[in-house]
Ligand binder design. Structure first.
Ligand code: HEM
Length: 763
């Protein structure tokens, strides 16, 4: 990698020029109210300006700061216009610089852990447009803050700005957000628009995450948070090694399928992607992780995780830096100036988007255009189909041979692990099975009708399995009733058009990630004789799903294994397979998912654990000892050793260390955030499967059938050779949860689709 430096003299020259300009412009800040930013913190705290300060040179020289005494007085329009114009220039200069860096060789190697973490090195054009506009808005906000912020703290400036309602109106992106809906469509749109008739943009693919707490960006806008003292927060890798060590404790009750369903529904609800340049993924570390890139080579979206010299694992591999890049941000729906919001690139509804896609183009590519079916591939000696292959296998997967499979689905994370690909395959098969039965029952239905009806049924099954089977075993029946999450026995009538179903930022960037602790070291496979069990190390199979297809029986072997294997216990112990070896590919080391979870929370400006304690009805802690009701003493001691102040504790860390609430795998604070999310996901979805009295509602008979769906039945109906399954497949087999034959329809009821037979073609 060092050779890159000698070869890339032109970039070096640009960097030197930038440094000179930075120094010059540094002197010019005297006119500006920058007391919230000391000069040495400038580049840390203000990534927006770090490498482009020189563009502001004349602005700093010529402009005076403005004082506004009353909140109601408007900011002068020429000041706003100037900041917006210059914000745009800044954002564009930063993007150009990013492209130049990649063009000059600061780019990631294919199939490296850092590259695999991008899932895809390019972003769809709409995502790029939104991200570009959002950076214009953030830069303009930053400039306005510098001009106006006399006597205001970062957060009071943001609320002042909110009050003023300053918007970016002219960007093409801001005009295209408004969507028009055709009235009362029976089927959901693919991209989630028009679900809410008053706010058709709510829950759409590309929507900003919603927030339930004020973000803690250091400058109130976008800068990575710092400790209350103004110093750096504790290093995420240190927090990971000290608080989330590896101890192979398994859950006594829950099966590995429970973990897998959790990841699948995560992918259905949320996908935050990282910033890329026009030319690919962003590199933040010197090759092989030897160090953080020097600042003149560093993209302003980089937030690498540095690894201490004495790290228990990475020191043996000479790794001092883990690549990490900021999430894509997006404008608020009204394009107002203010703090950063991250983008959810999939629909926020629980709508099977990992199977069907979240955008029309991909959705169309996944369809076979015959009999309502999705595209699938057949394999010799296998009765049932497999997912179609991607066209650029080696770009997306980490393959050993060209014959290894690499799948295409509605979500680009599909190939992350073989068990995730297995669950996708089960659901693809379920769609095609349902479409075939519907087609037999209603031979005159068109391909479109069969596709939409089968999709509607599969989504309903996913919602039913999640709300009636998965949530109760994980979070406790009592709690679900208390939070009004459980649907009622037949129809529910509490859809609320006032509830935004958008994913809560702290759900995706902290609370639900705690379930990373459920991941086991190994993937288990079981032959049909059940006379043996084989363990395959997880880290040998990231982005290589070939385990599913090594023999004609492999798929079923994985299914038998995943329901027989116990998942990891929900405690703050984490497998080294994810904390040292994530996406290791052919290397000897990989990434650290827990350090990433912590850093991601900071990237998204997630408010501190203490803020969330208050939001969730606990006492705000004034000192570490105030945490004693929720967090065991040894963990409090560890927190006190690592954090300067109780207010600094990251939500992910504090929430993860809480004792479980009775009957749940989560502590109080995470339970509260997760409950709020699943409440909104149900009540804010007009198409939720058991919503009654809507033009698109299922009939009484149909809904009764849907409510028979279960994980066990999904397995029975979509495997060739799995003939025995325990009724509760999210729990391992036990005396109280014995296995039943798949053809025992009393034990494992089936969804009878004759309820969808229509007497005439006019229905
Ligand atoms: C072997 C299994 C899994 C692997 C390898 C894995 C890996 C990852 C990775 C690499 C990320 C992105 C990290 C970042 O850039 O910030 C992520 C995000 C996430 N994961 Fe997992 N994960 C797994 C299982 C799970 C499970 C079981 C759950 C929950 C039930 C879960 C919940 C989440 C959530 C909520 C996010 C944030 C998603 C987003 O905002 O896009 N993951 N996971």
């Amino acid at each position: 990698m060092i050779t890159v430096f000698t070869e890339r003299k032109s970039v070096l020259r640009v960097s030197v020029l930038l440094c000179v300009l930075l120094n010059v412009s540094g002197c010019c800040f005297s006119d500006w109210d920058l007391d919230f930013l000391t000069d040495d913190l400038f580049s840390d705290v203000s990534p927006i300006l770090a490498n482009t300060k020189f563009l502001l040179d004349d602005l700093f020289k010529t402009s005076n700061k403005y004082c506004i005494d009353h909140e109601e007085d408007p900011i002068p329009s020429d000041v706003v216009a100037d900041c917006i114009r210059r914000g745009r220039e800044l954002a564009r200069a930063a993007a150009r610089r990013g492209n130049e860096l990649v063009g000059n060789g600061i780019s990631l190697e294919d199939a490296s852990p850092a590259m695999l973490h991008f899932f895809s090195a390019s972003l769809p054009s709409e995502v790029r447009k939104a991200s570009d506009t959002s950076h214009e808005i953030l830069s303009a906000t930053k400039l306005l803050q510098m001009k106006m912020s006399t006597g205001r703290t970062p957060n009071t400036f943001i609320s002042f700005l909110k009050h003023q309602g300053v918007r970016l109106k002219d960007a093409a992106y801001c005009q295209s957000v408004k969507v028009c809906c055709s009235s009362s469509n029976k089927y959901r749109t693919i991209d989630g628009t028009c679900n809410n008739e008053e706010h058709p943009e709510w829950g759409r693919r590309g929507a900003p995450f919603t927030r339930i707490a004020t973000p803690r960006y250091a400058d109130g806008i976008y800068a990575m948070p710092v400790a209350t003292s103004g110093r750096q927060l504790p290093n995420p890798r240190v927090l990971s090694t000290r608080l989330f060590s590896d101890q192979p404790i398994g859950s006594r009750v829950l099966s590995n399928m429970n973990m897998q369903w959790g990841q699948f529904i995560t992918h259905d609800l949320v996908f935050q992607v990282m910033e890329v340049t026009d030319k690919g993924g962003i590199q933040c570390c010197l090759g092989e992780g030897a160090d953080v890139l020097p600042s003149e080579w560093l993209n302003d979206k980089c937030i690498p995780i540095s690894v201490p010299e004495d790290d228990q694992f990475y020191r043996y591999h000479g790794v001092k830096c883990l690549n990490f890049v900021r999430s894509v941000t997006t404008p608020r729906d009204d394009c107002s100036l203010g703090h950063a919001e991250q983008m959810n690139t999939v629909t926020s509804y629980l709508d099977g988007s990992p199977i069907y896609g979240s955008d029309k183009k991909l959705a169309s590519k996944l369809r076979s255009r015959s009999g309502g079916r999705l595209r699938q591939e057949t394999r010799k000696d296998c009765l049932r189909g497999f997912l179609p292959s991607v066209s650029d296998k080696f770009a997306v997967c980490d393959l050993r041979n060209s014959s290894d499979p690499c799948y295409l689905a509605g979500d680009t994370r599909i190939n992350q692990t073989p068990t995730l690909a297995m669950l996708h395959t089960l659901l693809l098969r379920e769609h095609n099975r349902v479409a075939d039965v519907l087609s037999e029952l209603n031979p005159l239905w068109s391909d479109e009708r069969l596709y939409q009806e089968a999709r509607r049924i599969v989504i309903a099954e996913i919602q039913h399995i999640t709300y009636q089977e998965w949530l109760p075993v994980n979070f406790g029946e009592y709690y679900l009733r208390y939070y009004r999450i459980s649907p009622s026995s037949l129809y529910t009538r509490d859809y609320s058009a006032d509830v935004n179903p958008g994913v809560i930022n702290s759900f995706g960037a902290a609370a639900f990630r705690f379930l990373h602790t459920l991941i086991s070291d190994n993937i288990m496979t079981c032959p049909s004789s059940y006379n043996a069990a084989y363990l395959h190390r997880l880290s040998d199979h990231y982005f290589n799903p070939s385990l599913l297809e090594s023999t004609p029986d492999s798929f079923d072997d994985i299914v038998r294994g995943i329901i027989a294997q116990n998942e990891g216990e929900s405690d703050p112990y984490c497998s080294g397979e994810i904390t040292n070896l994530l996406f290791k590919s052919r290397n000897r080391w990989g990434m650290d998912l827990i350090a990433m979870d912590i850093q991601r929370g900071r990237d998204h400006g997630i408010a501190s654990y203490n803020e969330y304690r208050e939001i969730c009805g606990l006492q705000r802690a004034r000192c570490f000892q105030d945490l004693a009701n929720e967090i065991p003493q040894d963990r409090i001691n560890a927190l006190q050793y690592l954090y300067e102040c109780v207010d600094d504790i990251d939500l992910f860390v504090g929430g993860a260390l809480e004792r479980d609430v009775q009957g749940s795998i989560l502590g109080h604070t995470f339970q509260c955030i997760v409950a709020e999310q699943f409440y909104r996901t149900r009540i804010g979805d007009r198409y939720f499967y058991d919503n009654g009295e809507m033009p698109h509602s299922f009939t009484n008979d149909q809904l009764k059938e849907i409510k028979k769906a279960s994980m066990a039945r999904l397995i029975c109906d979509n495997t060739d050779g799995v003939h025995f399954v325990q009724r509760k497949a999210f729990e391992v087999e036990s005396a109280y949860n014995p296995k039943y034959r798949c053809d025992d329809y009393n034990a494992i009821p089936y969804v009878d689709l004759t309820a969808w037979k229509k007497p005439t073609i006019f229905d």
